[in-house]
Design a protein around this ligand. Structure first.
Ligand code: HEC
Ligand code: HEC
Ligand code: HEC
Ligand code: HEC
Ligand code: HEC
Ligand code: HEC
Ligand code: HEC
Length: 313
């Protein structure tokens, strides 16, 4: 009994030592990349002249460090997604051609993230006007920057924050002709003019997500991804400016699920001028959720270790 215990301890130590050795096997860390990719200038040793060179960084390739640290993939190393060969500068030209993973490559069929319903989102997205008109080149990443994406509507109860991030996704393209024309030969439509019929446009765009008017609400999804043709967009004021409105059915319905009551009672949360009916929380469910969380963390740990090992081999 004792011996097997000692053997177990020995194996454990051995395991830790090898793991550490493997970690030292230099996976370039985020800071190594960010020392160039978060600055206006770069400094490197020119291998031809042997001099230290200082040059301007391509501004399109500068990442916002803080924004990255808040995103859902903040724990990633850059080379978990990009080739480890980026370790060297100048980067090899072929690296430009390297295909990158899409959301579904990693999240498809993954039980850990089942609550997000990635497959259902994909199915809805493929019905959307973007996919129908533009096809495969309209990827999820066109809206969701993999460096920065935050699942805000899950983790915040401040409507204006949720709306801001959500609308920024649409505006990153609909207010940027260069990005728009990567996908279309047309000029981007002038949004202010098109929405002229809407009074207090600025106020509306700060308080309602574009998707509130432009998608069909699907019961099983918190965020519908089926952007409808413009003719089917919502124009009827009553839909929102009345009780039992559609707003409550989407953003606010979602917030209901999210709003946490510390005492576990039915309650009403007043936030940001809009009222939300709090969700009833059962303390046993809460405890079960901790167990599930622990399992998820374990699962992710195993997954990440497996990924790292795979990379190294
Ligand atoms: C010495 C500075 C420096 C370091 C360190 C550096 N990069 Fe770069 N990177 C650049 C510059 C400059 C460019 C712009 C294109 C070029 O000059 O090759 C670039 C371009 C890129 C691109 C865009 C390639 C394209 O053209 O589509 C990616 C992706 C990239 N780097 C990833 C990384 C990763 C990942 C790391 C860390 C492992 C890293 N870089 C480290 C300077 C650097
Ligand atoms: C979760 C995966 C993921 C991680 C982590 C990641 N990237 Fe990226 N990166 C991508 C994808 C996907 C693209 C291509 C975006 C597109 O073109 O739609 C990209 C594009 C880039 C580009 C080209 C410019 C751009 O924004 O399109 C640079 C530069 C870059 N990444 C650098 C980095 C650096 C530096 C890090 C680490 C701090 C990093 N990436 C971490 C997935 C990732
Ligand atoms: C290279 C694989 C990879 C790609 C590509 C990728 N993800 Fe992730 N994603 C992960 C992993 C692994 C985690 C868990 C990270 C952690 O635990 O810190 C994660 C976390 C998340 C989370 C948070 C889950 C939670 O509840 O904590 C969301 C949301 C998410 N990703 C969405 C996306 C979206 C949207 C895309 C596409 C734009 C995408 N991911 C692309 C691997 C990936
Ligand atoms: C046209 C833009 C657009 C495209 C394309 C898009 N999304 Fe989204 N997605 C959004 C918006 C907007 C939200 C809402 C963000 C919020 O309010 O937090 C969202 C939310 C999400 C969420 C969080 C849902 C939740 O329940 O919290 C996930 C996961 C997601 N998208 C995955 C995907 C995947 C996978 C794809 C590709 C199949 C995709 N998205 C394509 C715009 C887009
Ligand atoms: C209150 C509802 C509402 C909101 C909020 C809203 N839209 Fe619209 N949008 C409409 C309606 C209705 C139309 C159709 C207008 C028409 O045909 O006269 C439209 C048209 C459009 C078009 C079609 C342009 C064209 O003619 O080709 C685009 C693109 C668009 N909206 C994008 C957005 C974006 C991006 C946001 C968020 C910043 C947004 N919309 C917010 C209701 C809305
Ligand atoms: C990466 C760029 C990009 C992003 C991000 C984007 N769109 Fe678009 N969108 C386009 C392009 C390009 C078209 C024009 C398609 C065409 O007519 O060929 C379009 C068209 C539209 C239309 C008009 C559809 C019609 O009937 O002609 C609406 C509405 C729309 N987008 C809403 C949105 C909303 C809402 C979001 C955010 C959830 C969003 N878009 C995000 C590029 C984008
Ligand atoms: C998608 C839902 C939605 C639609 C459709 C919509 N609104 Fe709104 N509207 C809002 C929200 C949310 C606010 C901000 C409420 C707040 O913060 O007090 C708002 C604010 C307003 C305000 C300002 C109220 C104030 O207190 O200053 C007016 C006026 C208004 N809407 C009129 C209209 C009219 C007219 C239409 C139809 C042409 C319309 N709205 C369509 C959601 C909507």
């Amino acid at each position: 009994m004792r011996i097997s215990y000692l053997l177990f301890l020995f194996a454990l130590t051995l395991n830790c030592v090898t793991l550490q050795a493997e970690e030292k096997n230099e996976i370039p860390d985020v800071n190594g990349c960010l020392k160039c990719h978060s600055h206006q200038t770069i400094t490197f040793t020119n291998t031809l002249t042997k001099h230290e060179d200082k040059r301007l960084m391509n501004p399109l390739y500068i990442l916002d460090k803080d924004h990255f640290a808040k995103g859902v993939h903040a724990k990633f190393k850059c080379v978990d997604c990009h080739s480890a060969e980026y370790d060297h500068y100048p980067h090899k030209a072929e690296l430009k051609l390297e295909p990158l993973n899409s959301c579904l490559d990693c999240h498809g069929g993954d039980v850990k993230y089942a609550s997000y319903k990635f497959e259902k989102i994909d199915e809805e997205f493929q019905k959307s006007i973007h996919f129908k008109k533009i096809g495969e080149s309209f990827t999820c990443s066109k809206c969701h920057n993999q460096h920065y994406y935050q699942a805000k509507s899950r983790n915040s109860s401040i409507v204006s924050d949720i709306v801001l991030l959500s609308n920024e996704m649409c505006m990153s393209c609909h207010s940027n002709n260069n990005k728009f024309q990567l996908l279309s030969d047309k000029l981007k439509p002038a949004l202010a003019q098109i929405h002229e019929w809407l009074p207090n446009q600025e106020l509306h765009f700060k308080n309602v997500r574009c998707i509130e008017c432009h998608t069909q609400v699907v019961d099983s999804l918190a965020v519908s991804h089926n952007i409808l043709p413009k003719e089917k967009a919502l124009k009827n004021c009553e839909e929102c400016h009345s009780k039992n409105s559609m707003l409550e059915a989407s953003l606010y319905k979602y917030k209901n699920l999210q709003s946490r009551s510390q005492k576990g009672k039915l309650n009403t949360i007043i936030s940001n001028k809009s009222y939300v009916i709090g969700a009833y929380q059962n303390s046993w469910l809460e405890r079960a959720s901790f167990v599930i969380l622990a399992l998820v963390v374990l699962g992710i740990g195993a997954h990440v270790t497996a990924r790292i090992l795979k990379k190294l081999i």
